[in-house]
Design a protein around this ligand. Sequence first.
Ligand code: C2E
Ligand code: MG
Ligand code: MG
Length: 283
Amino acid sequence: RAKVAGSTRPEVFDEATQRRSHETLQIETGLRWALERDELIVQYQPIVSLDSGKIAGLESLVRWNHPELGIVPPDDFIPLAEETGLIVPLGWQVLSKSCKQMKEWRSTLPPGGLIDLSVNLSSKQFMQPDVVAQIHGALKDADLDPTCLRLEMTESALMENAEVVFPLLTELQSLDVRLYVDDFGTGYSSLSYLHKLPIDTLKIDRSFVIDLGVREEALEIVRTIVTLAHNLRMHVVAEGVETQEQATILRGLGCEFAQGFYFSEPVDGSAIADLLRNDIKFF
Ligand code: C2E
Ligand code: MG
Ligand code: MG
């Protein structure tokens, strides 16, 4: 741990350290089983149009339905899954489940309100030689139209691997799958990459949205991101919208889409079906 901290900082091995490493091991072993025993579940959070108030898309968010611990949030196991490489099979499982769920909604609900599906993709998945085949396979297995699929990659994952992912993204684009940049504003984007990569949408990180109406700088940062995106012909989604005030400010800034607890928390597929069936308007 001292090495990971990257400094000369000492670390004391105590009971807490031992407990932590024990927990890590427990999660790692458990996670391998979870994949086999189908313990991962997917919830969906609406992405709302700030113009119409209707659902424009959904983001898939994985949870682990642990036999003893109950529902475990992704922040408690995704970092470890990344570290161990388990994120690769996990990520494909989430993609496959999400595509099948999307197909089910599309075939059982009235047409019209066509919505998009966003799935998070780890850079480890992107580095697999069969990445395009996996994505193509998931769409084909579910018999799902590729134009409704968006893949979310964090800004840092994208920029760190820009040279490698560039040809890949072009290939994905030829599949008609679109790319979202997740947590935008928290990494270090190279502006020259940003306009070269086939990016459809920037998702403004929650840390900026939280300060809207509180700190003047947050407003200016969000305004700048919205302008940047629009000038590059990209769309914008604001993440983590929790209040009406934030939603109103975002609409005033010309931000087209928003996602957050103010509208809905991530919920199960059946709850989404109800929202879609009732053609719900959030404002
Ligand atoms: P993310 O992709 O940026 O997802 C948005 C996160 O913000 C979700 O957390 C969501 O529940 C949370 N959120 C949404 N609205 C609000 C709000 O108004 N307030 C607050 N405080 N939070 C809000 P969640 O589900 O815990 O996921 C955390 C992260 O775990 C995700 O961040 C994503 O990076 C990762 N993750 C989740 N599912 C997957 C997956 O299937 N694959 C990969 N590679 N990563 C995933
Ligand atoms: Mg995301
Ligand atoms: Mg995000």
